[in-house]
Design a protein around this ligand. Sequence first.
Ligand code: PEP
Ligand code: MG
Length: 844
Amino acid sequence: MLTTPDFTEITATAKLRTSTHGNRAKCLQRLVRLELPVPRTVALSFDTVRAIAAGRLPDMQSLIGVFGPGALLSVRSSSQMSDWGGPGTILNIGMTDAKAAELAMTHGRDAADALYVSFIRSYAVDVLRLDADGYEGPMTPRLAKAEFETETEDPFPQNTAEQLAEVLKSMARAWEGTTARLLRQAQGAPVDAGLGLVVQEMALGIGQGVSGSGVVQFAAPDTGAPQVTGRWLPQAQGRAALSESDAHYILNDPRGRSLQEVAPDTVSALCAAGRLMRDRLREEMQIEFTLMNGQLSILDAVRCPRSGRAEVAIAVALAEDGIITRDEALMRIPPFTLNQLLHRQVGPGVARDVLTRGIAAAPGAATGKIVFSAATAQAMAAQGEACILVRRETSPEDIRGMHAAQAILTERGGMTSHAAVIARGLGLPCVTGAIRLQLDGRKKTLTVPGRRIFHEGDVITLDGSTGDILVGPVPLVEPALGGAFASLMDWADAARDIGIRANADTPEDAAMAQRFGVDGIGLCRTEHMFFDPARLTVMREMIFAENPADRAAALDRLLPMQRADFIELFQIMQGQPVTIRLFDPPLHEFLPGDRDGIRALAEALDLPVSRVQSRIESLQEFNPMLGLRGVRLGVTVPEIYEMQARAIFEATIKASGKGAPVVPEIMIPLVSARREVELVKARIDVIAAEVKSRSGQEFTYRLGVMVETPRAALRAGEIAEHSAFLSFGTNDLTQMTYGLSRDDAGRFMSAYVQLGVFPEDPFQQLDIDGVGELMLLGAERGRRARPELMLSICGEHAGHPATIAFSRRAGFDYVSCSPFRVPVAKLAAAQLSIQDKILPYDAH
Ligand code: PEP
Ligand code: MG
């Protein structure tokens, strides 16, 4: 037989758990234990609410009996995690003709009528889901009840039990609705997540003495700095103060009236309650309170709302005050939150040519070329071009394009539209709801009435912190990374047990990596150094050389440039390891593709156009990514690697003379056979010996291999015999494991993910099952051959928390990711090692 669903009065000793009664019920119990003035409250468990949804109510008379006759009640939702949502609060249950008459005696007719009308409206619209139109405009209780009766063919219920029963049923069923279910699952709620409810005696907020309601918090929502903020509204209930423009301040304020003016003792009591909660609930809370004739009630407290920056500041301050441990502070911050702190902003005082304005949906600013489709964004990003994705609104198919873009702009939507939510998750600036924008997807144009037309490829700047869309590029300032952020990073460094290096090709990248406090550079792609216009010509001369002497002459001119690059890198990194990857791309990438470029090159090299043309044609390959590149160039045109090795060694001597000794790590790309390594190693060792004997200086270096082909992973044992380290280049390794072009997969990746062929784009999220298995094989075979072998990953996947978890488990020494991913990687790494210890963290 089914038992009657039960309920529990919230007392200091009642058996209540977040996992059975929800977060709000548990929090209210903590407030009761702190002896704060919480009105009498009853908690309904997840099981009870499930029973109510199925039509079985608790014993209503005994439930109401807890509060005594004549009490007005509120009902609030209490889900396990506050961000899983829940149906909205219903106030003033128990308003009847008799109660209204009683209130008219104590509070006056107007106040009583206003409460009664507002309850009838809320009961009709929010509980019974009747049409709202009939209840609009000023109204008396008589008219409101007549409207109710017309619609329902029943009189307005005149007893608390019946009203409360309807409220409970309506809230229980709302939780079961499809939209509510989808919304909470998007926030990580399990399919069977339950809803608890709390029934609380109303503290009215109206009366002759100081009466009203308000919300107060003690940390600024944008920065997290200690600051009393909030609003208070006289003669009001619930959270009305937050939505009224004429609400008063809490503390005295030159901008308007304040609670402190009329009730200074209440303000002191609220501040004391805030301090007590911070100490004992170990969190910055936002308090909802009511005053009735000067008497304070604390109705509810929730984690105070906060930006990413405030999240970090609050956690660090709690740890610095000894309220939580450093490990707990680290565990409280979702790693991707840090992206919000890392973003550039439009410089102060910069002249703004504002094209139009929208909703500031995700912070930071970015400049880029306009693109109108996710596919174009991906294509542009593949060419290293910064772009801003402009859409009417975004949908899940746009995800990959959003990853590729620097910022997102939508004509429609708001703070919680798809674009806004995803952009915040990715740490990208985003402006939504720019309704004056006129987009023409077919013509690929964008305009605002009265302004010029913008085409695909035109440059704009998006300020996601203000909502401005600016014409052209504007100077941006780097984010401030001191204070709480720096402390958090220090603590992460102390907690983590895997190295974090950066991929850095230029001195600017290296300097940025240093600001984030990396353990070294894990990948310097040297070919980027040759795209500088002054060097490109010499590079092309080298490519066009007809004989070894001419090639040597061109390389001799490149040598000092490379040496200067490396000296600068070594000096910036101050003795930390720097892994330099030898030349990787196919040579034809350095040659012009169009007629004008070919003619200019012919002039520069003093050659007939036809000769230039035929040389370019001779370098063309059907499949360049699988052709003459990487170590294959090193084997067949050895002078390039020899020049690079000489530049590295000479720079080592120079930089070591000026500072900490440098031990360069030289990495050979695209290896697939042991013999390739032997050939390159032999030459590099000869160059090292030459540089040592010519300079009379000693130095050490390490030579390693980039594992980017499945064969290199499979043959890692024999390759490791000649390598001090192996670094998994998971971009190429993914490409080659799947046989899937890095540059072309974007065209069908959305379809593949949507159809569930791949769970995620394997170029974004490491394929642990396939590519990961090859990596484990390679790691295991390599280490068996050479136990001290250093292992790492340097593909784009490296900064992702899931990759870091994998790399830790596999015993890698470090991961190497782009500088802006370093903070997220550090925090994720710290969290993983803390999770492995026993956590003294009572999750709340
Ligand atoms: C890789 O292939 O993973 C890698 C890091 O090298 P690149 O992206 O330069 O090919
Ligand atoms: Mg590669």
